[in-house]
Write a protein that binds this ligand. Structure first.
Ligand code: UGA
Length: 441
C-alpha cells in the first residue's frame, strides 16, 4: 500500500520505517529540510536501536522516501498519518497547532478520497478538530471530497521503539467508518499474524485509551515511589515488597520499579495534559495530580540525600554522575531526573562530572559549556577527584562497577543510587555508605 507519514520525529520516523520494512511504499514528510536531507543520506536524528539499518535499507530499496514537498506526499497515498509533535503549552495542555496545520495541508492538496490517521498523542476530541479543519479547508477551496479521520495511537517505548512497532501488543483503531477500518486492517495485516491484535472502537475512546495507558503506568511508578518512601521510614526494604506484590498476577512485575522519578517525553506531558483536559470538563483528576506531585518530589530525592549526607556543605564538592538520559538505551534527556539533580547541585555550588553512554551530546546541547559541568569520555574518568558517585540511569554498564577503583578514586566512599542497582548489605561489607530508594539507610 502507499502510505504518507507527516512528521519524522520519534513516532513518525519509526512508524514510517517499520511500515516500509513490511513492504508498504512510504513517504515521510517534514518541514525541516535539513533533517529530510540528512535522512536521505542515512543520518538518523535520534538514537534508537535497530532504526538506522531499516531506514537505510528501505530507502535504498525505494520503499521509504523523505520529502518536504507536502503536495506530492499527499498525492502519493490514501492513508495519511499525522505524527507531528504536540508540545505542552504554558498551562500543560497539548498544543495542537502542528497537528491542525498538517490537517490543513492535507486538505489543501487532497484530490481524492483519503483516510487521515492521528498517530500523535492528542487530547480527546482532537479528531473532531482535525475533521473540522479539513472540512473548513476543503470548503474554502470549493472541493467536495470524502475523507475519514481515524485515531490510531502509538504505544512504542523509546529504546525499544522498532521492536514495539514490529510486534505491537495491540493496534487500536478508533473510527466510525467501515472503509477506514478495512483499510487500516489491511495496512496492519503484516503485524497481526498469529492472533488478532486489532481493537476497533469509537474515536474518543481510542484517544482516551492512549492517555489512560500512560497515566496508569505513571501511577504505578509514583505509587511504588510512595511505598519506597514509606519503606524507608518503616525500616522495610522496597525491593522485597516489590517482589512480594509483583507475584500477584493482578499486580504483576512490570513497571513497579521505584527510582528517582519518571521522565521522558510522554509520562510527564501526558499526565499533565489529562489533568488539564479533565479541568476543562469540570473534573478534578486528583489521582493524576498526586501522581505528578509524587514524581516531582521523587526527582528531588537524590539531592536531599546528598545534601543531608554532607550537612548542606556542597560548595566546592565534585559529584561523579553516571547516567543522564531519562532511561537506558536512549539519548533523550527530556524531563530526565538527572537534570533536576544537576541543577540543584549547581545551585548549591557543586561541580558535576558526568558520563552517559549516549546522552553526552544532548547534555552539551542543553547546557552548553559551563565551569561546573564536565562531560567525561568514560565512566571511570567521571570519578577522577570526585567526592561521591551518583547514579541516575540504570544503563547496563553501571551494574557491575569496579568497586576497588571506586574506593580509590572517591574522596568519600559514598554512592547515591537512584535506580537500586546494588545490594545494601554488600555495599556495607565493601565499606561504602550507600543510599538507594526505599531500602533503609
Ligand atoms: C512510555 C510508555 O511506556 C509507552 O508505552 C508509550 O507509548 C510512550 O511512553 C509514549 O507515549 O510515546 P517511554 O516514555 O519511552 O514510553 O519510556 P518508559 O520505558 O515507559 O519509561 C518512562 C519513565 O519511567 C523512565 O524515566 C523510567 O525510568 C521510569 N520507570 C519505568 C520507572 O521509574 N519505574 C518503572 O518501573 C518503569
Amino acid at each position: 500500500m502507499n502510505i504518507t507519514v507527516f512528521g519524522t520525529g520519534y513516532v513518525g520516523l519509526v512508524q514510517g520505517a517499520v511500515l516500509s520494512e513490511v513492504g508498504h511504499n512510504v513517504i515521510c514528510v517534514d518541514v525541516d529540510a535539513k533533517k529530510v536531507e540528512g535522512l536521505k543520506n542515512g543520518v538518523i536524528p535520534i538514537y534508537e536501536p535497530g532504526l538506522e539499518p531499516i531506514v537505510k535499507s528501505n530507502f535504498e530499496a525505494g520503499r521509504l522516501n523523505f520529502t518536504t514537498d507536502a503536495k506530492s506526499a499527499v498525492e502519493h497515498a490514501n492513508v495519511l498519518f499525522i505524527a507531528v509533535g504536540t508540545p505542552p503549552d504554558e498551562d500543560g495542555s497539548a498544543d495542537l497547532k502542528y497537528v491542525l496545520a498538517v490537517a490543513e495541508t492535507i486538505a489543501t492538496h487532497m484530490t481524492r478520497e483519503a483516510v487521515i490517521v492521528t498517530k500523535s498523542t492528542v487530547p480527546v476530541g482532537t479528531a473532531d478538530k482535525v475533521k473540522a479543519r479539513v472540512q473548513q479547508t476543503l470548503d474554502g477551496a470549493g472541493k467536495s471530497l470524502d475523507y475519514h479521520v481515524v485515531s490510531n495511537p502509538e504505544f512504542l517505548k523509546e529504546g525499544a521503539a522498532v521492536n514495539d512497532c514490529m510486534r505491537p501488543d495491540r493496534i487500536i483503531i478508533g473510527t466510525d467508518s467501515e472503509l477506514a477500518e478495512k483499510r487500516l486492517r489491511k495496512l496492519y495485516a503484516p503485524f497481526n499474524r498469529n492472533h488478532d491484535r486489532v481493537i476497533v472502537m469509537d474515536i474518543r475512546s481510542a484517544e482516551l485509551t492512549k492517555y489512560a495507558a500512560n497515566c496508569m503506568l505513571a501511577t504505578k511508578i509514583s505509587f511504588m515511589n510512595e511505598m519506597a518512601n514509606l519503606a524507608e521510614r518503616f525500616g522495610a526494604d522496597i525491593e522485597n515488597v516489590r517482589k512480594g506484590i509483583g507475584s500477584d498476577p493482578r499486580i504483576g512485575y512490570h513497571f513497579i520499579y521505584p527510582g528517582c522519578g519518571y521522565g521522558g517525553s510522554c509520562f510527564p506531558k501526558d499526565v499533565q495534559a489529562l489533568v488539564r483536559s479533565a479541568n476543562q470538563v469540570g473534573y478534578n483528576a486528583s489521582i493524576l495530580e498526586a501522581v505528578e506531585a509524587v514524581n516531582y518530589r521523587q526527582k528531588e530525592k537524590l539531592f536531599s540525600y546528598i545534601n543531608a549526607h554532607f550537612n548542606g556543605e556542597l560548595a566546592g564538592k565534585t559529584v561523579a554522575l553516571w547516567g543522564l538520559s531519562f532511561k537506558p538505551n536512549t539519548d533523550d534527556m527530556r524531563e530526565a531526573s538527572s537534570r533536576v539533580l544537576m541543577e540543584q547541585l549547581w545551585a548549591a555550588g557543586a561541580k558535576v562530572q558526568a558520563f552517559d553512554p549516549e546522552a553526552m551530546e544532548e547534555t552539551q546541547r542543553i547546557y552548553g559549556s559551563r565551569d561546573d559541568l564536565i562531560l567525561c569520555g568514560t565512566k571511570e574518568a567521571a570519578l577522577n577527584d570526585a567526592d561521591m558517585l551518583v547514579i541516575c540511569t540504570e544503563w547496563k554498564t553501571f551494574r557491575v562497577p569496579d568497586f576497588d577503583l571506586l574506593k580509590n578514586k572517591l574522596s568519600s566512599a559514598v554512592i547515591f543510587d537512584g535506580r537500586n542497582l546494588f545490594e545494601p548489605e554488600e555495599m556495607a561489607e565493601r565499606g561504602f555508605a550507600y543510599y538507594a530508594i526505599g531500602r533503609g539507610l
